[in-house]
Design a protein around this ligand. Structure first.
Ligand SMILES: [Zn+2]
Length: 89
């Protein structure tokens, strides 16, 4: 699995005779956006890698959601078990 988000950057290259300069479609580059040491970074993805990286990021999100859900369930259980005496008033 891979942490990060696959997204498409669209940009104009700046060459005056390029199709993108005369209102045509901007250039698209698929990248992996990820944070490292508090900074957002981008990794250019070759076309052949895009689908598997996208799937790997989806696996990471699913695993993260599972861990969050289990952690919350554990917390609720612990609070229910140990927090009972505080409720009495
Ligand atoms: Zn261009």
């Amino acid at each position: 699995m891979v942490r990060g988000t696959v997204l498409v950057h669209r940009r104009r290259c700046g060459k005056p005779n390029c199709r993108c300069a005369s209102g045509g479609a901007a250039h698209e580059q698929t990248v992996l956006s990820y944070k490292q040491a508090g900074k957002t970074r981008f990794l250019m993805l070759p076309a052949v890698e895009v689908e598997q990286v996208r799937a790997a990021t989806a696996r990471f999100r699913a695993a993260k959601a599972r861990v969050e859900a289990e952690g919350n369930a554990g917390l609720v259980e612990l609070v229910a078990r140990l927090g009972r005496s505080k409720k009495a008033s």
